[in-house]
Design a protein around this ligand. Structure first.
Ligand code: CU
Length: 234
């Protein structure tokens, strides 16, 4: 009875060792897979290994990856019936586009101050005018942005661009666009991508080590402490 009992325990634990080791290897593979693809697939693999920490990390990786992106980000400035640009000051990167959306019902213009844009910058204004005076002279027949419509411009010249709304300049409807070489948040999002997967990998490997350590303890317990069924059970 004692021999049979010990043998069956031994067989059971060995089978468990192989199975758990396989699971540990799968966990590591899943973590690495998540690192490279950063897709929701990593989440379901992580669930299979039963490592809650891995699941959270995989989710974070997806978020980080989605934040990246090259030039050409689009920003939005609202034009409201309060006769303001909101926000009235915005910083964008070279190549970025700003869309001015008229979210109210009062018509506005988006018109650069010809003397207050960087040297070499192309004049920009709703209506597509070449210069500020033409924009002023033709409003509102041309250059008006009615409620529900928008005007957009892509900025190619670094520096400060001051602009205004022709009919509401007198009540302070003016704004500023600061164009910089590169936006800090964009830079951080791009650099954050590789860093998160590294931690996911570390967590995966750490979980695998924890599982292997547990198995080694079980193995030595079986080998050196397994003669007495009473001790086995502890
Ligand atoms: Cu206006």
């Amino acid at each position: 009875m004692d021999n049979d009992d010990a043998l069956s325990r031994r067989s059971f634990l060995r089978a468990g060792t192989v199975g758990a080791a396989t699971a540990a290897a799968a966990g590591t593979a899943a973590a690495q897979e998540g690192t490279e693809t950063a897709t929701p697939t990593g989440t379901s693999n992580g669930t299979a290994t039963g490592t809650a920490t891995g699941n959270e990390t995989a989710t974070g990786t997806s978020t980080g990856g989605g934040g990246g992106g090259g030039g050409g980000t689009t920003h939005t400035v609202d034009m409201t019936d309060d006769l303001i640009f909101d926000p009235d000051s915005i910083t964008v990167a070279v190549g970025d586009t700003i869309v001015w959306e008229n979210v109210g019902s009062v018509g506005h213009s988006v018109t650069a101050y010809e003397e207050d844009i960087p040297d070499g910058a192309e004049f920009w204004a709703s209506g597509g005018f070449d210069n500020e005076q033409a924009a002023r002279d033709n409003y509102p027949d041309q250059g008006d942005v009615p409620g529900g419509e928008s005007y957009e411009h892509t900025f190619e010249t670094v520096g400060t661009h001051e602009y205004f709304c022709i009919p509401h300049e007198g009540v302070g409807m003016v704004g500023t666009v600061e164009v910089v070489e590169e936006l800090e948040p964009t830079e951080a999002a791009g650099g954050g991508g590789p860093a998160v997967p590294d931690s996911a990998k570390t967590l995966g490997v750490g979980a695998a080590f924890a599982m292997v350590a547990t198995l080694l303890i079980a193995f030595f317990f079986l080998k050196y402490g397994g003669d007495s069924p009473g001790h086995d059970a502890e």
